[in-house]
Design a protein around this ligand. Sequence first.
Ligand code: DQA
Length: 165
Amino acid sequence: MKKFLLMNGPNLNMLGIREPGVYGTMTLSAIEEMLIAHAAEHDCELECFQSNHEGALIDKLHAAHGACDGIVYNPGAHTHYSYAIRDAIASIAVPVAEVHISDVDAREPFRAISVVAPACVAQVKGLGVEGYKVAFDGLLSGWATRLGEGFEAKAQGKIIVGGEM
Ligand code: DQA
């Protein structure tokens, strides 16, 4: 059975309360349950992890090496500045799909910069919580091995789903 990991970074434990106009009203535990059920429908196991602490997230990424088949990861604000998270993603031989509930390219300019993107196989943004499923499906369908086969929605060898292309 394939094993996947759902990771959420800082402040995503506040989903449901946090800026509902931007992130919707679904709580993180409801999102986790939704993705666990979605993974089960595909005969996959899904573990969930959220932390507000960079070091804990880095430790979790390291522990995923050799232990799972793919990671659906919303790094929250770490996306925009954490080279340590980017290096941790690049350190492991596990494909990571970056997810953002909102369209990070259509908000404040600092959100359009993802320092983790070069280490990820794809970025899914602006699809709301459905984006987590899209990222899972993409990893399961072999996004990690299909780069360079004309599958990219955008240049840079990167799969970009959602938002303004
Ligand atoms: C987010 C977008 C980030 O800019 C923000 O810091 C978050 C959530 C999203 O899911 O849209 O915490 O990653």
